[in-house]
Design a protein around this ligand. Sequence first.
Ligand code: DX5
Ligand code: ZN
Length: 221
Amino acid sequence: MKTTLIAPSVLAADFGNLQSETLMLNRSQADWIHIDVMDGLFVPNISFGFPVLEVVAKHATKPLDVHLMVDKPERYTARFQKAGAHHITIHAEATTNLHRALQEIRDLGCKAGVALNPHTPVSVLEDIINMVDIVLLMSVNPGFGGQAFIPGTIAKIVKTRRLISESGSNALIEIDGGISAANAGLCTDAGADVLVAGNFVFSAKDPEVVISSLKNNIKLY
Ligand code: DX5
Ligand code: ZN
């Protein structure tokens, strides 16, 4: 069986205890640490920026998977790399120069990711699929944690998986938003490689147990 990568989202963590939350993720079966950056323009919410990423980077022993929900993200990719990002994912909807921006991320030595909002068709990936390491499909509208998973995401995963195999790309498919035990298996069966989980992990009594359950596809509830 193929193993699923788990990327807990720090957006749902206790910011007053960011160091201990990061140490918990280091101990857990999490594979990546997902960092949601929101600019109040591309999405109707503001989360955090460089100082918070730097705190997590100081303590983390796992790759930092930075998801930029930021307009014209090419303005900031070099700074995020400097602040500790290993992966930088930008939205197709946020830049008119997607091809160049992805190339710049790879030139910085980071893994390059492209994210699609729920309304954006998979076909926009056709001409850049061989330039990306990660395709992030939003399974909620970006901007907030704790929203309900959009069921149409499953068909989109299947389409993305087909595009990736037809193009010979090695990109991983990452699903972001509303992930829980109720839909994690549906996503991985459809072809997802990486699951982001915010509230499902951090609102649990024992986040480490929930991370293992997602990783090993065990239903706790
Ligand atoms: C939404 C963010 C997600 C979100 C996931 O805009 O990109 O990463 O924090 O949180 P949950 O799992 O709570 O939906
Ligand atoms: Zn995210």
